[in-house]
Design a protein around this ligand. Sequence first.
Ligand code: ADP
Ligand code: ZN
Ligand code: ZN
Length: 818
Amino acid sequence: MQFFLDILLPIPLERLFTYRITEQEATIIQPGMRVAVPFGRSKIYTGMAFRVHQDAPLAYEAKEIYQILDDVPLVNQFQLKHWAWIANYYMCTLGEVFRAAMPGAFLLESETLILPNKESQIDELSLKDDEFLVFEALRHQSALKVGEISGIVDKKNVLPLVNRLVQKGVVLQKEELYEQYRPKLVRYVTLGEIYTSEEKLEELLQELSRAPKQSQVVLSLFQLQAETKKPIKVSDLEKESGSSHAVIKALIDKGVLEEYYIRTDRVNHGSESSNVGDVIFNEHQNKALAHIRTGFQEQKTVLLHGVTSSGKTEVYFKLIQECLEQGKQVLYLLPEIALTSQMINRLQQYFGSKVSVYHSKYSIHERVEVWNNVLANADKAQIVIGARSSLLLPYKHLGLIIVDEEHESSFKQFDPAPRYHARDAGIVLAKLHEANCILGSATPSIESMENAKKGKYAYAYMAQRYGNVLMPDINLVDIKEATRKKRMKGHFSETLYLAIAEALEEGEQIILFQNRRGFAPIVECTTCGHAAQCPNCDVSLTYHQHRNQLRCHYCGYHMALQNACQACGSHTLDKKGFGTEQIQEELKELFPDAAVGRMDLDTTRGKYAYEKIITAFEQQEMDILVGTQMVTKGLDFRNVGLVGIMNADTLLNFPDYRAHERSFQLLTQVAGRAGRTQKRGKVLVQTYNPYHQILQQVSTNDYDKMFAEQIYEREQFKYPPVVRIIKITLKDKDFNKLNEASEWLASSLRNVLGHQVLGPEYPPVGRIRREYLKNIIVKLPKRVAVDQTKNSIKRIEKTFNAISKYKSVRLVYNVDHI
Ligand code: ADP
Ligand code: ZN
Ligand code: ZN
């Protein structure tokens, strides 16, 4: 009797591959175990066992597998069902989902690079012969491909050997290393509590009169406090008083001074308790909780709509607690960027070691560890907090999925496939596990709100900030008027300038939001109008001052800034528009004493860069933080008194049907950073168009009106959520071929699907990395069967692929493109 195994490979091919196995192997193998297999002429892959059967493949001679790599399945049935849904819905292959789901260490293949592990001490005698050969080879070479190791040990199947070497710590798999950032804490001092009265103080100075150095320190502390109204760093005090570490330490030991760290203070902020049982909900939270429970009973997804700082997170924690008591796992999904220490700290404070963090930036080994813990349903992994990819872990029985900041577009994967939306795929995963699912936001997406209005989702609302903290006071500043009256200092209106000065005076921190990074987006010649273009992409290059470079934001191309126009040679180059870098420069001139930081893609590229900026801001080493979108995400800065939006118009005018929705969300979120404590926060929005309906809605916090207007427009112009959108992008290096191919595809689609097919059209940037792009949009009314349409599209793709002259043209599907 012959036995065969269908195997899923991590490659973008539609079908499974069939291999030959022995009868004994057939009894051992279970679906979800990994298997090392040969592929093509010399490749080795790690695949996943799918199905054992006895039917020889007709089209090819089945090869034998190399080896079974696991004793128990690494992937469970819930995952397989969920992955199949993702592949089908988002029009990609199961292999692509498989590759996205597995930590790299689980998928060794012939192309994987192996490096010597320089950190570990290896006892050579403990190595087997073949292990030693590899160890030796890596003394002379900095890296080896797994495929090359085959040659060294003269064996075809080397994956088990490499796995052993990784486990013994002899070698490392090449990866982007990402270690956890542990911030260095800044020490602050203040006067001991008993010395706050004038009397006591007098006594103290009297007492210290015999210790002039010590009394100098106390006097300097006074002076600094009076001048800055801010927490005083130990290092500043040292400088100001001209005294040594030892003197300050002596005062601290005596209790005259007290030292503290702002970071720790933030974690245990004020009245907060560190035990879920102790938190007493206010009436709004209780009401919301009741609605949530009813929703769960009706087995509905629940939308929790609560203004910023209304106490949503506390509600989540209560639900998590209840879920844990039932012995079920919890998944807490966050959008990419907001996955910072803040939320993790808060979760860990409540739930201690039950929390695991899963993030694509974590090292391969950390990810493997979390995978194994989740698979084993270990105590450590009862709560998983993570971005998108944590949806794909091997949960045994999920009881609750929380999608925090559900409106964030970064929940949708853009590249590569699977181009899934984590919120929507999360809802499907919850259904598979019969788990509860809650979506939370201060500014729900139009589609989620529409689902709530239609009764598809249950709905809970919290309109007030917790603890009677007032909503920020949002004011619009007309910069057209200000410019006309010459009341602008650079890009700062007088109103904003004065507000910043006042906040600085009060010792409060300030966030300034500017939608663009870089200094001035383009450098244009005022004589001939030429702006330097990227040679690889259809965009103008952006000016970056600190490197004096022109850079492409799509492909990274850069060149030094030229003195003369490249087209006409004249020296009349003008920097148009403005970005974060320029705001930072202007601030240095306007407020020379303020410490100004910047957070954008350019300053957060390096290791830990993002965390460092956040920490510096939290620790109040910066007075003003200038940033792009990044500053709007779930950060909770207690000392922010003022938020300024430099120019709201660039957001509103973005050519996209979601521009208005996004502007509302973004401006509301960034405004929400202001005044999270008793003092009312202030927000100033600079604009040329203060009567714009979205700005009016932001300033009056009128979500309902925004929703009503947006949904009306979507109905008028047939955009989601009224229709579904499938975007098909065609890519090719040959301009003419691309045009011809996309015309062919569009008209074939139109033959079958009729008027729902739009395009082909060039995207705003029509060429990226030397490839031309064209989009075809398919709009599906909600009542049309999606599966049927997708099948039609796939059938047409088959015909398309059979046309030999279009062979080089690549097709990319993006279902529910946002
Ligand atoms: P959101 O998630 O809606 O932005 P949070 O849950 O972070 O709001 O709540 C805002 C602040 O109020 C936090 O400091 C939180 O600890 C506090 N808070 C919320 N609800 C309670 C409660 N019931 N008891 C005590 N503190 C609360
Ligand atoms: Zn010119
Ligand atoms: Zn480019």
